[in-house]
Design a protein around this ligand. Structure first.
Ligand code: KG4
Length: 340
């Protein structure tokens, strides 16, 4: 066969390129952008400029680590969206220009599909363990919180999603407001491991069906901390591990409540997670324990494939390429899922 696919990801603040050969990962290079740290969140204009600087060295490095020449490539897969338009434009334009120069096809990939297929990234010398179809994916990141039913690598259906903030946003915004740093997920995850999750209670949302809401719990945490700080200025400092543990547990309870419901409604017991928040140790443990209790087969992506990376774009692109899909050279990126 020898289908060699270059994947390019530039939807947010990571510039990434990866090479896969017949579905097996040969390289995955990620340049993260530190420039946003000082602002406590991603600044879109700075992100696109950093992508412009990074894209050539990152692609060159991915090819060189894979031991592959540009002329060996079969096709180039790129993230078309959803994401930041300026950032997406860099990866999309680069992929099209490179495809044109090499006279090889380009294939567009939906970023979310990359996350939900992350468990299919095969690696040399590692055992293969992949979910069978159909499966459910709890897709949790800085921009999305969704339960997705995946029928095959090219077809998926969103069963439920957030009606306001994403769960990653709840982690990030609360961490910022509590003065704990950015990005908030990893900081809260670490502090939560040392705290008592049953110490504080936060009101949970009552949203019908399989949809989520995270803005209420975010606000309730922020008011709670503000009121306690008014009584005791040391409250945050003295209790931050317990606050983080209780807050994280509440978020995980909300996520699992709907996931369990979705599994019951569909009868599907193949369960995966994906997206940046799937790196959360509390969530990973809970998925495993819930899976044991309910007879699910659970699949957790390796940490390096939880956050944005081009390996997942390359594997999704590989499936699209094999299905005969090709993107026209006038294709433009899209910022919203609804535009796909
Ligand atoms: O998928 P991703 O890299 O990209 C965006 O959607 O932008 O996800 C980033 C999100 C951030 O909200 C970050 O705080 C969260 O993933 N995250 C975590 C952890 N690591 C990253 N959230 C909870 N626990 C973690 N260990």
């Amino acid at each position: 066969m020898n289908d060699i696919i270059l994947g390019i990801e530039s939807s947010c603040d990571d510039t990434s390129a990866a090479v896969i050969k017949d579905g097996v990962l040969l390289s995955n290079v990620i340049a993260s952008q530190d420039v946003h740290r000082a602002f406590g969140g991603v600044v879109p204009e700075l992100a696109s400029r950093a992508h412009e600087l990074n894209i050539v060295p990152v692609v060159s490095e991915a090819l060189s680590r894979a031991g592959v020449a540009a002329s060996d490539l079969t096709a180039i897969a790129f993230t078309r969206g959803p994401g930041l338009l300026g950032s997406l434009l860099v990866g999309t334009s680069f992929a099209k220009a490179m495809g044109l120069a090499l006279d090889i096809p380009v294939v567009m990939v939906n970023h979310l599909q990359g996350h939900i297929l992350a468990n299919f990234i095969r690696q040399p010398d590692k055992p293969v363990r992949e979910p069978s179809f159909p499966y459910l994916c709890l897709l949790v990141s800085g921009g999305n919180s969704q339960i997705v039913r995946v029928d095959d690598p090219l077809h998926f259906e969103i069963l439920g999603q957030t009606i306001d903030d994403a769960v990653g946003e709840a982690f990030d915004k609360c961490s910022k407001m509590m003065g704990l740093g950015y990005p908030g997920g990893p900081v809260i995850d670490k502090l939560a491991a040392q705290g008592d999750p049953s110490r504080f209670n936060f009101a949970k949302p009552h949203i019908p069906g399989l949809d989520y809401s995270f803005s209420g719990i975010k606000t309730s945490l922020l008011y709670f901390v503000r009121d306690e700080m008014a009584k005791n200025p040391m409250f945050m400092e003295e209790n931050k591990a317990d606050i983080c543990a209780s807050f994280q547990k509440a978020l995980i309870d909300i996520l699992l409540d709907k996931l369990v419901k979705a599994a019951k409604l569909t009868g599907i017991k193949e369960i995966t997670i994906g997206g940046g928040v799937s790196a959360n140790s509390g969530l990973r443990n809970r998925i495993e324990s819930e899976g044991k209790k309910r007879g699910w087969n659970t699949y957790l992506p390796e940490f390096k494939f939880t956050t944005d990376n081009a390996a997942m774009i390359a594997i999704a692109g590989y499936f699209h390429y094999q299905a005969g899909e090709r993107a026209p050279l006038n294709i433009a990126p899209v910022s919203r899922m609804a535009d796909f």
